[in-house]
Design a protein around this ligand. Structure first.
Ligand code: HEC
Ligand code: HEC
Length: 208
């Protein structure tokens, strides 16, 4: 370390407050920049209340007749806006497509048949398999919410997979094109997808 000359000392001591002022200002700037960065960079806190509320809207769709009629608690599909048991003693069967001699596609074609009380149709018309019954009917909102997060019950489907299924699956789409004399679900398909996204992005919170 060299000794400072008188004039250097003078400059040094005179300069110090200016430097510390500058550092103080800079420091302050850095601190506020960091604060701003931390506020913007921090991922938005999951909105649990919004998530739960959104699930209740999705739940209204899942338990509407058009959806729950194929997601019954027992082994018979349900029919009509009052979700009564399917006539003709129709049963799920080993693969969800009915039992021998009473297969779904005996009556259900690839498209809706015109006229009231005629069989609705879709190429994939069936119940979920006995291994993954995917029961919606009779489930409380909390029960169904937890079920949909349990991959043992969804057949390995993730939340993203569920969203994709609701968004794109053709058989789900039938619910909004159900043929004559059948009520539509309470939300449109795009509203349902939007509510499902809010549910998932908010942490997939479940009602009690
Ligand atoms: C013997 C003919 C027949 C067979 C077999 C049959 N269905 Fe149906 N199904 C009908 C008819 C007819 C209707 C329309 C009833 C009405 O609208 O009153 C219907 C309606 C339904 C509905 C109600 C749709 C709604 O939202 O109201 C579901 C769900 C359904 N069938 C599922 C199945 C499944 C799954 C199978 C196979 C496991 C199957 N059906 C086998 C004749 C049949
Ligand atoms: C004709 C019968 C039928 C109708 C009507 C139907 N579904 Fe399904 N649904 C199925 C079958 C079969 C599966 C299983 C298929 C699979 O896993 O790919 C399924 C699976 C699902 C799943 C996946 C559940 C899980 O646990 O992985 C969701 C979500 C779903 N359906 C929603 C709906 C909605 C929403 C509607 C009404 C708009 C609807 N479904 C109407 C037959 C039906």
């Amino acid at each position: 370390m060299t000794l400072l000359t008188a004039s250097e000392k003078h400059r040094h001591w005179k300069g110090a407050p200016a430097i510390s002022r500058a550092l103080a200002i800079l420091g302050c700037g850095v601190a506020s920049a960091l604060l701003a960065a931390s506020l913007t960079a921090r991922p938005a806190k999951p909105d649990t209340a919004a998530s739960r509320a959104a699930f209740l809207n999705v739940y209204r769709v899942l338990t509407s007749p058009r959806c729950q009629n194929c997601h019954p608690a027992g082994d018979a599909p349900l029919q009509g806006d009052d979700s009564h048991a399917h006539l003709q003693n129709v049963k799920r069967g080993k693969d969800g497509h009915g039992v021998y001699g009473m297969r779904c596609d005996t009556c259900h074609q690839t498209a809706n048949l015109p006229g009231a009380h005629m069989p609705p149709g879709n190429p994939k018309w069936a119940l979920p398999s006995p291994e993954h019954k995917m029961v919606f009917a009779g489930r409380s909102a909390g029960e169904l919410c937890r079920q949909l997060k349990d991959q043992k019950q969804t057949g390995g489907r993730s939340l993203e997979g569920l969203l994709n299924h609701i968004t794109n699956d053709d058989l789900v789409g039938w619910g909004w094109n159900p043929g004559e004399g059948r009520a539509l679900p309470p939300l449109s398909r795009s509203e349902t997808v939007a509510q499902m996204k809010i549910w998932i992005e908010g942490g997939a919170a479940c009602p009690e």
